[in-house]
Design a protein around this ligand. Structure first.
Ligand code: BGC
Ligand code: ZN
Length: 375
């Protein structure tokens, strides 16, 4: 079978390679074989392909790329009771390591120095035809969400950040967040807007580009507000639409973390989700930011990856958005590339104007079995 692989550390090394198709062995009683249908790409894949990030599995000189997988179960081991062939699944990206957090089912909180992530670090990814994985690391996606199932992994990154924010704010006993700001209107910013709107918050999204364009329209169709930071500073946005009880930072531009600190409301929580690999430095109003945090009892939290609980709340929120704003999530899937051979094109599209989510259609989605309608 075919796979898209890279030689981590070597720029532009992605290529189509023949590899051996994995099989379920009789002793793999909890294993599941999955046929890959779609794989989304994001900035992490771009960095790995640029040779800036990523590592191959031990003993391999290449890494199969792709961590935003969506597939269908084709075979299950004898002890698998929770999945059957034909079920749609998404695989949890990070595998458990050795720390206590890994042992309690939250490898996203690992304190190990090395972490194992499909398609990113030390474990092969999903840009291939089939993979075999332990049933405990697969999440069931209802058939009705098949068209948007490839959005689940990026959704889980947002779910984790927001679930953590709510968990932290239990400190306040009576926290009732009313206003939120999302910084950035890329895939993660849009999904954060979706999750916060589903939780009933008034959401202001601040991003660079001027409205109207697809992303600002997507924001507004959820009943959220879009402001371009070319015309409105974060400070002005906070004066008009704040105070912000929750801010979700997803711009990929680290100086904004400090600007966000400056506009967070009292008792508020700031969630930082941008993976910034550079070495940028900035000067900040340190006394004022510190004072605001101290006198305002504020919290700032970093978030990466996601646990099973976040995958499950992600499935629930994708179902909820389909019910409340039908078709909204599908509009994020702006660019589809057909077949693993289309990968070079997918890389060109990443980050281009007008692109929200690029995905590779590895195999056609099975036709939905029509559910018989009621009497
Ligand atoms: C992925 C996360 C991962 C992170 C760091 C992101 O692109 O969506 O699952 O933990 O990169 O490698
Ligand atoms: Zn990602």
């Amino acid at each position: 079978m075919k796979a898209i692989t890279v030689i981590p550390g070597r720029p532009d090394s992605s290529s189509l390679r023949d590899i051996v198709e994995p099989q379920l062995a009789a002793e793999d009683r909890r294993s599941v074989k999955v046929k890959v249908l779609r794989v989304g790409l994001d900035g992490t894949d771009k960095e790995i392909n640029a040779g800036e990030y990523g590592a191959p599995p031990p003993g391999s000189d290449y890494l199969i790329l792709g961590h935003e997988g969506f597939g269908v179960v084709t075979e299950v081991g004898d002890d698998v009771t929770e999945l059957v062939p034909g079920d749609f699944v998404v695989c949890i990206v990070r595998q458990p390591g050795g720390s206590i957090y890994d042992q309690i089912g939250t490898p996203d909180f690992t304190t190990d120095d090395t972490y194992h992530e499909h398609g990113i670090n030390l474990v092969h990814g999903f840009l291939t035809e089939y993979y075999v994985e332990d049933a405990s690391r697969l999440v069931l996606v209802p058939g009705g969400l098949a068209e948007i199932g490839v959005l689940l992994e990026p959704t889980t990154v947002v779910e984790k950040g927001i679930n953590q924010a709510y968990e932290i704010q239990r400190r306040l006993k009576v926290w009732e967040p009313r206003r939120a700001a999302v910084l950035g209107a890329g895939t993660v910013g849009l999904l954060a807007t979706m999750v916060l709107r589903l939780r009933g918050l008034d959401v202001t999204v601040a991003a660079l580009d001027e409205a109207p364009y697809l992303n600002s329209e997507l924001v507004e169709s959820l009943g959220a507000r879009y402001v371009s930071t070319r015309h409105t500073s974060l400070q002005q946005a906070a004066e008009s639409h704040g105070p912000f009880d929750l801010i979700f930072e997803a711009t990929g531009f680290s100086p904004l973390a400090f600007e966000a600190m400056g506009v967070l409301g009292r008792n508020g929580v700031l969630v930082l989700a941008s993976v910034t690999g550079g070495d940028r430095t900035v000067e900040v109003p340190a006394d004022a930011l510190n004072l605001g945090f101290v006198l305002g009892n504020k919290v700032m939290v970093g978030t990466v990856n996601a646990s099973r609980r976040d995958f499950e709340s992600g499935v629930a929120d994708l179902a909820a958005v389909e019910a409340r704003w039908p078709g909204w999530a599908g509009r994020l899937l702006t660019h589809r590339v057909d077949g693993l051979t289309g990968c070079p094109r997918a890389f060109e599209l990443l980050g281009a104007a007008g692109v929200i989510k690029v995905f590779v259609q590895v195999a056609d989605l099975p036709r939905q079995v029509a559910t018989p309608s009621g009497p």
